[in-house]
Design a protein around this ligand. Structure first.
Ligand code: FAD
Length: 442
C-alpha cells in the first residue's frame, strides 16, 4: 500500500524523482548487511515507502523540509555499499538517494571540493591526471561515494600512510539539518568528528572538502611465506619502514589467498601472502627484506598497470570477506584492533584456540602517527552464541572489536558518540534522520 504522503512528495520534487515500484523499494533499501548472518536475518524485510532521487542542494532542502512537516523518516543513501545496514531504513519512510549530486566542484592543488555523490574511483582517476591522488579510499572506491565513505566508512587503501577519516582526511563538510527550515552548516576542525561516520543521523552532507596527496607510481606485489608468523613480522617491518612509500600492507593467512579466484594462478599454494602497494622502484628492497624474513616475491603488477587491470586492493579490506563468501557462504567476519607490540602473541593465541574457524586477515594502518595492525578475520559462522564467544575471547586477550554484526552506532563501528548524540538533538529534533541507528538522549 502506498504511503499517504507520496502524492504530495511527487508534487514537491516531480514524479520522475520519486520511485515507488516494488523492485526499486527493495533495491534501494538494501546494502551489504548480509555479510553478517545476524544482520541478514534482522534487516532483510526492512523497506522504504518511497525513494527520492535528488540532484541539487535545493532539492535536498525541499525533501527535508517536507519530511519534517509530515514527520517522515529519511535515510540517506550514496552507493549503498555499507556493511552494517547503515543505509537500511529501519522505520520505512524516504530513502534519499544523493548519488545524483555528483559534481567535482574544484580540484585544487592539494585538495578537492566535491558534491557528496561523487564516486571515489572517478575522483582518483581525475586527480591522477593532474598529478595528484586520494589520500585514503575504501576498496569499494569504484562504486562508493565520498559522502557515503565519510558518513559510513572508516579507512582503507592509503591508511598505512594517512590514517583513517578522523586523522585530518576530511577538511570541511556542508551539512543540512532536518528541521522545518533546514539549516546549511559549514563544519570544520574538531566539530567534524560529530559528523564523520554518523550514518546520516546527525545531518546530511551535500558537499565535502578533502585533502589530496601528490601522485605516486604504485607497484603492486605479493610476497609469500611458509610461516604465518614470518608474514606478520615482515608486514610489520614494511609498515614501520619510512623509507618505503606505501599504500597497502595486507597479510592474509592461507587458505584465504585460495579464495581469490582471479588471482589464484599467480599465487603459491599453501603460502601465507602479503599484498602490497609500494612506490615503483622498491622491488629490490622488498625482495631483500622478504628474504630476510624467509619470504619471496611471487607476483608483481607493474606500476603502469595501476588501476588499468584488476588490482590487489580488490582482494583487501572487506573485499577479502567478499571473496571468502563467494567460496563458502557460511563465512562471516570481525573487525578488530591488535596491539602494535604484541600482535604476534595475540594472533598465536587466536590460532591455538580456534584453528581454521578463524582465518587471519590483517591490514596495517597508521592511527594518530602510530603504526597499528588492524584485522578483519574471516570466521566460519555456526551460531550467534559461538560468534560472541569468539568476540569475548578476542577481547580477553586485548584484541579490540568493532562489532560489525550490530546496526547501531553505539554498539558497532564507533565514532565520536558524545558529540554525535549532542548534534542529533540540535540538528534532528524529531529524530527522523535514519531512526534506530543512534540513541536519542536528552
Ligand atoms: P552508503 O552505503 O550509501 O552509505 C553509508 C552510510 O552513510 C549510510 O548510513 C548512509 O545513510 C550514510 N550516508 C550516505 N551518504 C550520506 C550523505 N551525503 N550525508 C550523510 N550521510 C550519508 N569501508 C571502508 O571504510 N573501507 C574499506 O576498505 C571498505 N571496503 C569494503 C569492501 C566491500 C566489498 C564492501 C561491501 C564494503 C566495504 N566498505 C569499506 C564499506 C563501504 O563500502 C564504504 O564505507 C563506502 O565508502 C560507503 O560508501 P557508499 O556511497 O556506498 O555509502
Amino acid at each position: 500500500m502506498k504511503a499517504e504522503w507520496t502524492k504530495e512528495m511527487a508534487d514537491v520534487v516531480g514524479e520522475n524523482k520519486l520511485l515507488l515500484d516494488e523492485a526499486s523499494l527493495e533495491k534501494y533499501s538494501k546494502d551489504y548487511y548480509w555479510y553478517s548472518p545476524i544482520l541478514d536475518s534482522k534487516l532483510k524485510n526492512k523497506k522504504a515507502d518511497g525513494i527520492v532521487r535528488v540532484s541539487s542542494e535545493e532539492e535536498v532542502v525541499q525533501v527535508l523540509s517536507f519530511a519534517y512537516r509530515r514527520k517522515i523518516p529519511v535515510t540517506v543513501r550514496g552507493a549503498g555499499t555499507g556493511n552494517y545496514g547503515q543505509a537500511v531504513p529501519l522505520e520505512g519512510g524516504i530513502v534519499l538517494d544523493v548519488s545524483g549530486l555528483d559534481k567535482i566542484i574544484e580540484l585544487g592543488e592539494g585538495y578537492a571540493r566535491l558534491q557528496c555523490g561523487v564516486k571515489m574511483g572517478v575522483l582518483e582517476k581525475k586527480a591522477r591526471k593532474q598529478n595528484q591522488e586520494l589520500r585514503i579510499y575504501p576498496s569499494t572506491f569504484v562504486k562508493a561515494t565520498i559522502g557515503g565513505f565519510v558518513s559510513g566508512g572508516s579507512g582503507g587503501i592509503g591508511s598505512i600512510t594517512w590514517g583513517n577519516l578522523w586523522n585530518g582526511n576530511v577538511l570541511e563538510a556542508v551539512v543540512y539539518t532536518l528541521e522545518e527550515q533546514p539549516r546549511r552548516l559549514v563544519v570544520q576542525g574538531e566539530e567534524l568528528a560529530d559528523y564523520i561516520h554518523n550514518y546520516g543521523t546527525t545531518g546530511i552532507m551535500t558537499e565535502l572538502l578533502i585533502p589530496l596527496s601528490t601522485k605516486t607510481e604504485w607497484l603492486q606485489s605479493v610476497i609469500s611465506f611458509d610461516s604465518l608468523k614470518a608474514s606478520l613480522l615482515f608486514a610489520d617491518a614494511i609498515a614501520n619502514t619510512d623509507e618505503i612509500r606505501k599504500r597497502l600492507v595486507a597479510p592474509m593467512e592461507w587458505p584465504i589467498p585460495s579464495f581469490f579466484t582471479p588471482l589464484i594462478k599467480h599465487l603459491e599454494q599453501d603460502a601465507h601472502a602479503v599484498l602490497l602497494e609500494t612506490e615503483d622502484g622498491t622491488l629490490s628492497v622488498l625482495s631483500a627484506l622478504a628474504q630476510s624474513f624467509g619470504g619471496r616475491v611471487s607476483y608483481v603488477i607493474a606500476a603502469d598497470q595501476y588501476h588499468e587491470v584488476l588490482g590487489l586492493s580488490d582482494f583487501t579490506w572487506n573485499h577479502t570477506t567478499l571473496w571468502a563468501l563467494k567460496t563458502d557462504s557460511t563465512f562471516t567476519y570481525l573487525q578488530s584492533g591488535f596491539s602494535p607490540e604484541s600482535f604476534l602473541e595475540q594472533a598465536t593465541k587466536i590460532k591455538k584456540q580456534y584453528g581454521d574457524e578463524v582465518l587471519l586477515h590483517f591490514e596495517w594502518t597508521r592511527g594518530r602517527g602510530k603504526v597499528v595492525p588492524i584485522a578483519l578475520p574471516i570466521v566460519k559462522y555456526t551460531t550467534e552464541q559461538r560468534l560472541y564467544e569468539i568476540i569475548g575471547f578476542c577481547k580477553s586477550i586485548g584484541v579490540s572489536i568493532n562489532d560489525p554484526h550490530i546496526w547501531t552506532l553505539e554498539g558497532g563501528a564507533g565514532g565520536e558518540m558524545n558529540g554525535m548524540q549532542r548534534k542529533k538533538l540540535d540538528n534532528d529534533p524529531l529524530g527522523l534522520l535514519n531512526p534506530g541507528k543512534i540513541e536519542m538522549r536528552e
